[in-house]
Design a protein around this ligand. Structure first.
Ligand code: SAM
Ligand code: SF4
Length: 357
């Protein structure tokens, strides 16, 4: 490929998957300690000087847009502990070619930041809340903060984020009895509750398959209580593979979309939920995302064992082209899938908080 031919280059891997979605971790720090993500205490954080500056992140995204990146999501660690995050949102929103900016947050600092984030151009917000019962919240997060999350959710509503999407990691033996209350919440408010299967990305390597509350089990419980659920094709329902476009491709029960969540609505029309079956029904075949860690490394998969350090280029006067080439090479090396369901699977060294979920 002609290296000057920047505008026609795309982030396409060897399986034909086109990548347009960059998830950016802005920090590995967090104000709570979810057991499936972080150690309870004595967390070793990255040295502050290793964190990319807003200007460095902006540059990476700008270069990414020349390769087809048009959506970004800010995450962490807890992104709202990074001071003045709205300044970064505003910078990213101003980049030509960026059509969507999302944020995943635990909601604890949202009440005070919701308005400025919205004003800065944040379009989508996912708030993580694994339990509606404060006691279970405390068990999961090993910290206080439940009331502040609720206040954050209300603030998000008040400033106009709609629908409100909640992410709830489901863990056997811990959150089963939260499924029905979450179902009720989804039916009675404009909240979309997305249940996420517990993935092997915890810091203490406590993950075991039998702790995963599978999506089909969650669905069965909801249907037993509220009646049938039917799959909804998400608005972004077109899978673009290099050289081919397939609309509404059905993979088993999963209406395949780029979104990891399969959304459902209750047959009586009241309420919407999502199931993220990352373990039982991996969506690797339609994955369109890659990641930038807070310390400037590209990861082509959550479960990858390899990373590409681009901080070295960002901090050494390197040309944009070198960074573009690093992105292209990272995507070219992407594996077919995460292999959690095989004996070959090895949990990555970096836990979720350090990768950026
Ligand atoms: N701190 C923010 C939050 O919790 O929303 C953003 C970062 S967090 C790592 C992003 C998402 O990953 C959250 O929804 C969290 O629940 C989810 N997550 C973290 N560890 C996980 C695991 N081991 N399995 C499944 N989901 C996980
Ligand atoms: Fe913090 Fe989010 Fe990890 Fe929970 S999931 S410890 S809120 S980074």
């Amino acid at each position: 490929m002609n290296s000057g031919d920047v505008s026609t280059r795309r982030l396409i891997d060897s399986f034909g998957r086109v990548h347009n979605n960059l998830r950016i971790s802005v920090t590995d720090r967090c104000n709570i300690r979810c057991f499936y993500c972080m150690p309870a205490d004595n967390v070793e954080f990255m040295p502050k000087e290793n964190l990319l500056s807003f200007e460095e992140i902006e540059r990476v995204v700008r270069i990414g847009t020349t390769l087809g990146i048009d959506r970004v999501r800010l995450t962490g660690g807890e992104p709202l502990v990074r001071r003045d995050l709205h300044v970064l949102v505003r910078k990213l929103a101003a980049i030509p070619g960026i059509i969507d900016i999302g944020l995943t947050t635990n909601g604890i600092l949202l009440e005070e930041q919701a308005q400025e984030l919205r004003d800065a151009g944040l379009k989508r917000l996912n708030i993580s809340l694994d339990a509606l019962d404060p006691e279970i919240f405390r068990k999961v997060t090993r910290r206080e903060g439940y009331e502040r999350v609720l206040a954050g959710i209300q603030a998000a509503r008040d400033v106009g984020f709609s629908p409100i999407k909640l992410n709830a990691v489901s863990v056997r033996g811990l959150t089963e009895d939260q499924i029905i209350p979450f179902g009720k919440l989804a039916r009675e408010t404009d909240t979309v509750v997305r249940f996420i299967e517990f993935m092997p990305l915890d810091a203490d390597s406590q993950w075991q398959r039998d702790k995963v509350l599978f999506a089909h089990e969650i669905m069965a419980r909801l249907e037993a209580e509220f009646g049938a659920l039917r799959a909804i094709d998400s608005p972004v329902s077109t899978i673009v593979h290099a050289g081919a476009t397939t609309t509404s491709l059905l993979a088993q029960a999963h209406v395949a979309t780029h979104a990891p969540a399969q959304d459902y609505e209750f047959a009586d029309g009241k309420g919407r939920i999502g199931l993220i079956a990352s373990v039982s029904q991996p969506f690797c075949s339609s994955c369109n995302r890659f990641r930038l860690t807070a310390d400037g490394r590209l990861r082509n998969c959550l479960f990858s064992h390899d990373e590409t350090d681009i901080k070295q280029f960002l901090r050494s006067d390197s040309a944009d082209e070198l960074i573009a080439q690093a992105m292209l090479s990272s995507i070219a090396a992407k594996k077919e899938g995460h292999e959690i369901n095989t004996a070959r699977f090895i949990q990555p060294d970096r836990p979720m908080y350090s990768i950026g979920g």
